[in-house]
Structures are given as C-alpha cells and as structure tokens.
Design a protein around this ligand. Structure first.
Ligand code: GZL
Length: 326
C-alpha cells in the first residue's frame, strides 16, 4: 500500500510540477470553464424519502448548471462508496463529493484522493477523520441540534407528567453521524426531566420496513410506551403501521416525533399521526455547485456549512404541506 501511495504522491507531485493538477482546484492555467468541470458523487443509497429527495435535487441542480455529474448509489454499503471514490480518482474528476454512510473508515481512501490532487466535499454526513485536510468542507445539518429540538418538544409535551414517561427511540443507521448525533442531542435535552425514560433504543436503519419490524417487537416488550422518537420519517411511518396493528392510535395513545419532514412524514403529521417533525433539509444541490465553483477558482470554502432547517407541529405541517418541494 505504501508503495502505491508513494507512487501516487510522486505522480501528483510530477503532475503538479508540470503546471497542472491531477484535477480539481485551480490549475496553473487558472480555473476550468464551468462546462468542462466533472464531479463524482458517491451517494449512500436510496433508503428513505429524504435520500431520494437529496439525490433528485443534486442531479437536477447539476443538470441545470451544465456541470457533468458522475453518480453512484452504494446501497448503504461503505465498501461500495469507497469503490466509487476510487473509480472517480482513476477517472481524474475535478471534485469528489459524497455522503459517508458511516463516520469511520475513510482516511485511507481520502488520502488517495488528496495524493491525486482531487478535492473532496462531504455532503449531508460527516466523517470522524482527525485530519481535516482530507476534505474541503462538510455541508450538512447539525444533527445534535436536531435531536435537541426533538427532546425539547418532549420536555414541553410531558412537563406535567406525574410519573415515568416510557420512550422508545428508533435509531438511524448504526455508526452514521445522524444516528450518533440525534441520539446525543435528544438524550441531553430530556435529561432535564427524570420522568422521561428511554426504555428501548434500536436501529431501524432509516428504512420504513426497519421501523415497522423493530416497533412490532418493542411494542410487545413495552406496551406502556407513551412517546416514540423515530430518527427519520420513514422509520416513524413504519412504526405507525405497527402501532395501528396493535390497536393503538398513533399521535394520541403514543405521541410521535420524527426527523426529516419529507412529504409522507408531513402528511402523517397533518393527519395527526405524527405530533412533531424536526426538518432535515435534503436540498443541497445548489450549495454543492457553489462550493465546486469556488474550489475550481481556488477560492476559500468554510470548513463547515450548516444547512437551514426548522420544525413542524401537526398544525404547521398541515399549513406548509401544499408548498413543500419534497
Ligand atoms: C440526514 C440523512 C438521513 C435522513 C434519513 O441528513 O443522512 O439519512 O435523516 C436518511 O432519512 O436516510
């Protein structure tokens, strides 16, 4: 591996000395024309309504901007994302962008991209690499804040509870930044009221089927549950099917909080089945293109760009639904 990296570094050095970079960033001849830029995007998969909206927005934004986008779907497998990134390095794209399915295990491939002189942009999810020179920026939500917003709604909703409020938490993909951080933010917020107790917390892998299967089992173990915190709409919608099959009324017998605010989640909230939604904005295409253009011109890009997002009660969801883009 050392030999390959050494050769790659030497190659990149020679290429740079020749007055142009392997690709990406400003070359000695100055920036490329936008129409000549090529970006490689390694997407997580198509596991949720949020992901579908994220993919559609990125693809349509690049089409509109006239910038070539090479796109891959990793089906939620890290090894597939790493393969895709290596393929983009071989193709000498100008910029690589990806949403890391999990936080860990990226340093090697990100060093390969760096040695090849190809800038990397993180979208949606972060990596736990200590070496922040391995990527130009991380464009995405603050998931700890999202979890905190969910916890603060729960604190208010159950502020007058006289006894224990049993909570079930459906976690996102194990090891992913949104699962880790939404779990932290929610736990930190509800710590203010000892009555609020997470009696079960299990991953539903951000999918509807995962949410349904896990909730079916947890409902049997915790029939007295009063609150469900599902870390995305899809798991919440799957859980609603399990709650209704168990003869309970979602949004009434069991209060429900989800994250994302995709169309189906907002519809369930408007129907009173979900009580509170923390928005997680998937529409990153235009911001990603601005970042690519800045990199091409050799301009500085902030290391962290946080996406704008809000929250919705059932009434607010009903009002907002007609004008939603996803
Ligand atoms: C959050 C994103 C998560 C969504 C899920 O930014 O990574 O992944 O909350 C999606 O719906 O699957």
């Amino acid at each position: 591996m050392k030999k390959i990296l050494g050769m790659a570094a030497a190659g990149a050095l020679l290429f740079a000395l020749a007055g142009c970079t392997a690709s990406g960033g400003a070359s000695a001849d100055g920036p490329k024309d936008t129409k000549d830029l090529v970006v490689g995007f390694a997407q997580v998969g198509a596991e949720s309504g949020w992901r579908t909206a994220n993919t559609k927005d990125i693809q349509s934004s690049f089409k509109e901007a006239g910038i070539t986008l090479k796109f891959s779907d990793a089906q939620q497998k890290q090894e597939n994302q790493i393969k895709a990134i290596r393929s983009y390095i071989q193709q000498k794209v100008d910029v690589i962008a990806f949403s890391p399915v999990v936080e860990s295990g990226w340093d090697t491939v990100l060093k390969e991209a760096k040695n090849a002189g190809i800038p990397v942009v993180l979208t949606d999810r972060a990596v736990d690499s200590k070496d922040t020179s391995l990527y130009e920026t991380f464009l995405g939500s603050d998931f700890v804040t999202e979890g905190k917003k969910a916890g603060e709604w729960a604190l208010n909703e159950f502020k007058d509870a006289s006894g224990t409020v049993p909570i079930i938490q459906l976690e996102g993909t194990t090891g992913s930044a949104p699962a880790i951080d939404r779990t932290k933010g929610f736990a930190d917020a509800i710590a203010a009221n000892p009555n609020l107790k997470i009696v079960a917390s299990q991953t539903g892998d951000f999918t509807r089927s995962g949410g349904k299967q896990v909730m079916e089992a947890l409902l049997k173990a915790h029939p007295d549950v009063k609150l469900l915190w599902a870390q995305n709409d899809d798991m919440g919608l799957g859980a609603i099917e399990a709650i209704e099959a168990a003869g309970k009324v979602p949004g009434k017998d069991i209060k429900i909080i989800t994250a994302d605010a995709t169309h189906d989640g907002m519809q369930a909230a408007a129907d009173g089945k979900i009580n509170f939604i923390v928005e997680c904005n998937p529409l990153m295409g235009k911001q990603l293109i601005e970042i690519v253009k800045k990199i091409n011109k050799g301009e500085d890009v902030p290391k962290r760009i946080v996406t704008d997002e809000t929250t919705f009660t059932s009434a607010q969801a009903k009002e907002a639904l007609p004008s939603r883009k996803y």
